[in-house]
Design a protein around this ligand. Structure first.
Ligand code: ACO
Length: 346
């Protein structure tokens, strides 16, 4: 018994922000952004009306309809995001409520850029269920530093959501062939958002010594000072991420191919997580893939983290670039570090 993608959908907000729009907020340039990342524009969710969960709902509606079922037929939810509506509870239950689903299990996955492939892998192991909804959604725009200080991170990310419905199949020529998940926590702080959190790394030992245990406890988690110092925004050592990504992407793709006795030439479509166009191009070159074997859409959406792969996969599907039986490879690398791949027959 395998699991197959029975329906797929995506949603991106209407608000388009070009590199020129960002130039009004910070010291950056269209040339710098395009040259380093390939990004031309990205979408930002409506400030008050759209959240990570509501965008997930929009993508899920399309995936569910394309699977020929209704929200009440879904019997398990796996929701991947790093930008949840609430610190807790997770977005899975918010989607369950919004879509008036049955009292089914709802699991949130927090694996950042590899979130969707991790979520797909979890769903693949849970395929005793009949209709699993797997969602990747991000509202990054609420958590970015749009001043010049945060420009190395903020120009990269965009908002959006993608979703698939996974169903069991006995067809030997379709479905997920294998998934491969990895992590290396040594570099956890290289690409991270530290606060709010339960660590106390941002306080000096002198400050810690002056704290009265019970009086200042909450300030370890979130304080005015933290906000004043912009410590509530993501931080990234870009060059370090780049170096590791260009090694781990090809490695985990080859792992998936070798496990199933295929070579890069057999791939109909590689959908790399849209981290950075330069990373995708490097991976393509390293594996000797043609342009028509790799799909990139970071130019118009930026890096949408857990949403990037399902959005790209859905665009590929809608454009008729993949047909039933085609070999499709999904691969991701991101914060943690975590990296992952999935090989499937469409
Ligand atoms: N606009 C203009 N200048 C900028 C910007 C910006 N938005 N951001 C940084 N700079 C400046 C820096 O201040 C620095 O200036 P300096 O030389 O005067 O000190 C200069 O540009 C170079 O900065 P670097 O960080 O060294 O720039 P780099 O060439 O490495 O490019 C980038 C940065 C694009 C982030 C690159 O390192 C990269 O692609 N890394 C991979 C990380 C990535 O893709 N992350 C995506 C999220 S993680 C994931 O999805 C896997």
């Amino acid at each position: 018994m395998r699991s197959k993608i029975a329906g797929i959908g995506y949603y991106v907000p209407k608000n388009v922000y070009t590199n020129f729009d960002l130039m009004k907020m910070m010291d950056t340039s269209d040339e710098w952004i395009q040259e380093r990342t390939g990004i031309v524009e990205r979408r930002y969710a409506h400030t008050t009306e759209e959240t990570t969960a509501t965008m997930g709902v929009e993508a899920a509606k399309i995936a569910i309809e394309r699977a020929g079922i209704t929200p009440q037929d879904i019997d398990f939810i796996v929701f991947a995001t790093l930008s949840p509506d609430y610190y807790f509870p997770g977005c899975g239950v918010l989607l369950q409520r919004a879509m008036k689903m049955k009292e089914i299990g709802a699991l949130d996955v927090r694996n950042q850029c590899s979130g969707f492939v991790y979520a797909l892998s979890v769903a693949d192991q849970f395929i005793k269920y009949k209709n699993i909804l797997v969602v990747g959604s991000e509202k990054h725009s609420f958590g970015l530093d749009f001043s010049t200080r945060g420009r190395n991170v903020s120009v990269i990310f965009g908002d959006g959501a993608g979703a698939v419905v996974l169903q069991p199949t006995e067809d030997p020529n379709r479905g997920i062939l294998s998934t491969h998940l990895h992590s290396d926590g040594e570099s956890a702080e290289i690409l991270a958002m530290y606060n709010p959190g339960t660590h106390a790394n941002h306080w000096s030992s002198t400050e810690l010594a002056t704290f009265k245990k019970d009086a200042k406890m909450g300030e370890y988690f979130m304080s005015h000072e933290m906000i004043d110092n912009c410590q509530n925004f993501p931080t990234m050592d870009g060059p370090a991420v780049f170096k590791k990504a260009v090694v781990k992407f090809p490695e985990v793709i080859m792992e998936a191919l070798k496990t199933n006795n295929y070579t890069p030439a057999d791939i109909k479509m590689l959908i790399p997580h849209q981290a950075n166009l330069r990373i995708s191009q490097f991976v393509q070159q390293k594996l000797g893939l043609r342009d028509d074997q790799v799909y990139n859409n970071i130019q118009k959406y930026g890096n949408t983290t857990a949403a990037s792969i399902p959005i790209a996969l859905c665009e590929v599907y809608e454009a008729g670039k993949i047909k039933e039986g085609d070999l499709v490879c999904l691969a991701a690398f991101g914060s943690g570090f975590t990296w992952a791949s999935a090989l499937l027959r469409w």
